[in-house]
Design a protein around this ligand. Structure first.
Ligand code: RBZ
Ligand code: NIO
Length: 352
C-alpha cells in the first residue's frame, strides 16, 4: 500500500475575489493602463495570495538552509567544503551579504544547519538539525536515504510554520552549501531531460576546464541513477542536497499554509522546479526575484514559465537576489494602495 506524502494534497488557492478587486482598482489609478508594467500584475498577484485587495510586505522571513555535498570530492567547486560551516558563523555574526540585506529590510533571519561534513558545535542563533554529515557523493551512490530526504523536506516546512507564527507576509528561502550548483544542475538535467552542458556553469568561479569536468561528473551520475529518475522525489533523493530538499519542502509548505514565496537564484529555482513536479498546484505561490549569471538559470525559469523581476548578474545565492527584490515588491504594493483613482484626483480617464 502506498502512503500519501504530506505534499500530495489540494493546496490553498489564491483568493480570486481579492485578485479581481485589485485588478479593478489598477484600472482606476491615475496612469495609462499597463504603464507600471510588471508591477501591476505583481500587486494583483499578491492581493490574490494574501486574500485582500490591498496587499503589503511587512516583515519578510528569510530562511537560510545549509548543508554539505559529498560530490565535492570530485573537484566540482572552486572553494573548499569547510566554507559551508564557516559561512554559518558569518550568517549569525552579521557579516554575510544576506545578513546585511536582512538588517536593511528589517527581515527575520532563520539559519538552519542541515548537516556539514564536519558537524559543528552548537552556534547561538543557528538551528542545528544535522540530517547527516553532508550528503553522499551522488556520482557514486544516492545522495540521501529516503528518511534523510523526508527529514530535510520537513525542516523546510517547519521554517514556514515559524514564519507564519511570526506574522511574516513573505517567505524567502536561501541556501549555503559548497558544491550545490553541481547538485542543482544535476537535478535540472534529470527533471528537464537536458544534457549537463545545457545546465552547468562556473558556480563560485570554475574555469572552463573545471566546468567541463563538472559536466562529466553530472553525466556519470545521470547514467548511474537512470533507473531511479522517473519520480521527482527519487530525483531529489538521488541527486539533491539537504538544503535543496529543505527549500523544496518550504515552497510546498508555502502553498499548504498560504504564504507567498519569493524565489532566489539558480539553486532555489531548481528547488522550485522540484516542488512543482511534486505538486504542480504550488506554482501559484511562487514569485521569481531574478535571473542570475549561472547559465542554466534562464532555462529553469523558462521551464517554470517564470518572469523574474530583476537581472543583475548575481551569482551568490544565500537568498540575496530575493532580498534585493523586496523593495520592489513593497513599492509595487505602495503604488497599488496609495495612488489616487481618476475620480479622486479629478483626472480624465479617457484617451482621446
Ligand atoms: C564565501 C562564499 C559565500 C557564499 N555564499 C553563497 N555561496 C554560494 O556558492 C556555493 C555554490 O557554488 P559551488 O557549487 O561552486 O560551490 C553555495 O554555497 C552558494 O550558496 C557562497 C560561496 C562562497 C565561496
Ligand atoms: O544563482 C545562484 O543561486 C548561485 C550561483 C552561483 C553560486 N551560488 C549560487
Amino acid at each position: 500500500m502506498s502512503t500519501a506524502f504530506w505534499w500530495q494534497q489540494a493546496f490553498r488557492q489564491a483568493d480570486e475575489q481579492a485578485a479581481a478587486a485589485a485588478r479593478q482598482r489598477q484600472t482606476q489609478l491615475t496612469k495609462p493602463a499597463g504603464s507600471l508594467g510588471q508591477l501591476e500584475q505583481l500587486a494583483i498577484t499578491l492581493a490574490g495570495l494574501q486574500g485582500r485587495e490591498r496587499p503589503s510586505i511587512g516583515q519578510p522571513w528569510i530562511a537560510i538552509f545549509a548543508g554539505d555535498h559529498g560530490v565535492v570530492e570530485e573537484g566540482v567547486s572552486a572553494f573548499p567544503q569547510a566554507v559551508t560551516g564557516q559561512m554559518l558563523h558569518n550568517f549569525v555574526n552579521g557579516g554575510a551579504a544576506i545578513s546585511v540585506l536582512a538588517r536593511q529590510l528589517d527581515a527575520l533571519l532563520d539559519v538552519v544547519d542541515l548537516g556539514t561534513a564536519v558537524p559543528l558545535p552548537p552556534l547561538p542563533g543557528v538551528r542545528h538539525l544535522q540530517v547527516g554529515a553532508g550528503t553522499r557523493n551522488f556520482a557514486r551512490e544516492p545522495a540521501m536515504s529516503q528518511a534523510q530526504c523526508l527529514q530535510a523536506l520537513e525542516a523546510g516546512r517547519d521554517s514556514v510554520r515559524r514564519a507564519r507564527a511570526a506574522g511574516a507576509e513573505l517567505f524567502i528561502g536561501g541556501e549555503m552549501g559548497i558544491g550545490n550548483t553541481t547538485a542543482a544542475a544535476a537535478l535540472a538535467c534529470a527533471l528537464l531531460g537536458q544534457p549537463a552542458d545545457a545546465l552547468v556553469g562556473p558556480g563560485t568561479g570554475l574555469d572552463s576546464a573545471g566546468v567541463a569536468h563538472k559536466a562529466q561528473v553530472i553525466e556519470r551520475a545521470l547514467v548511474l541513477h537512470a533507473a531511479q529518475l522517473n519520480d521527482p522525489l527519487q530525483v531529489l533523493r538521488h541527486l539533491g542536497g539537504f538544503e535543496i530538499a529543505a527549500l523544496a519542502g518550504a515552497y510546498l509548505a508555502c502553498a499548504e499554509q498560504g504564504l507567498p514565496a519569493l524565489v532566489d537564484g539558480f539553486i532555489c529555482t531548481v528547488a522550485a522546479l522540484c516542488t512543482v513536479r511534486l505538486n504542480p498546484a504550488c506554482r501559484d505561490w511562487l514569485l521569481f526575484a531574478h535571473c542570475g549569471a549561472e547559465p542554466g538559470h534562464r532555462l529553469v525559469l523558462d521551464a517554470l514559465q517564470a518572469e523574474p523581476l530583476l537581472q543583475l548578474g548575481l551569482r551568490l545565492g544565500e537568498g540575496s537576489g530575493a532580498a534585493l527584490a523586496v523593495p520592489l515588491l513593497r513599492l509595487a504594493c505602495a503604488l497599488h494602495n496609495e495612488m489616487a483613482t481618476f475620480a479622486e484626483a479629478a483626472v480624465s480617464d479617457r484617451p482621446v
